[in-house]
Design a protein around this ligand. Structure first.
Ligand code: 5RP
Length: 225
């Protein structure tokens, strides 16, 4: 099976997972990236079974609207029944690295508003220790150099993602050389640096369930304490 076939399999599994939770007035959170795109495409098939969506990026909002799914402003919604999105890495606690597609801040907001976060990923994203994938940090442009210096003090090696401006008008630093053994602590520490909007660790509020695509089939994994 190719990586894309694994992504499609988990996207399909996510549809089956969320279907029993949906009512005609349900609003769902929808993520960003190639795995989330497969999910969006399948979501079109069941659009009569829920009310609307909140998207974690402009790109996902456009894709949803093309399928005839109503996309709401997050400010008009008090709770999302479920949020489905991919990840760049997951460990057994379902602490994640996200933001490979630069949508991490909106993803974290959608996650915060959602009752349940269903993460969908192929098996290449499964790791023992987070940090092989460079950790994205969204930064206010004028603070870029200051934040980079502070991250170096923490032992990271930040690299400016040139040419990328987030949906919020900010820039991304990708932080290499991190071996993240305490993801909640690092998530909090990075968020305390002045100029950081947020970082791509989803640990304080990680995934509630991971649908992981492997050649043998889709595994349903709950967080290990
Ligand atoms: C975007 C993300 C994505 O969920 C993450 O990068 C995984 O992407 P893909 O499904 O394309 O592998 O966090 O900001």
């Amino acid at each position: 099976m190719t990586q894309d076939q694994l992504k499609q399999a988990v996207a399909r599994a996510a549809i089956d997972y969320i279907k029993p939770k949906l009512f005609s007035d349900s609003i769902i959170g929808v993520g960003t990236g190639s795995t989330a795109n497969f999910f969006i495409d399948f979501l079109g098939e069941i659009k009569s079974q829920f009310s609307a969506a909140v998207a974690s990026s402009e790109a996902s909002a456009i894709r949803l609207k093309k399928l005839g799914i109503e996309v709401l402003d997050c400010n008009s919604v008090s709770e999302l029944v479920v949020y489905v999105d991919g990840a760049d890495e997951s460990n057994a606690q379902l602490h994640l690295i996200k933001g490979g597609g630069a949508a991490l801040t909106r993803e974290k907001i959608v996650r915060a508003v959602s009752k349940e976060f269903v993460c969908i990923a192929d098996e290449s994203k499964w790791v023992d220790v987070l940090g092989k994938f460079p950790l994205p940090v969204e930064v206010i442009p004028m603070a870029r150099s200051y934040v980079a210096r502070e991250i170096v003090k923490l032992g990271g090696a930040p690299v400016y993602r040139e040419g990328v401006v987030t949906d919020n008008g900010n820039v991304i630093l990708d932080v290499y050389n991190l071996k993240i053994t305490d993801a909640i602590a690092l998530e909090n520490t990075l968020n305390q640096i002045t100029g950081v909007v947020t970082n791509g660790l989803f640990a304080a509020k990680g995934a509630d369930v991971l649908l992981l695509g492997a050649k043998e089939g889709v595994r349903t994994i709950f967080p290990k304490n």
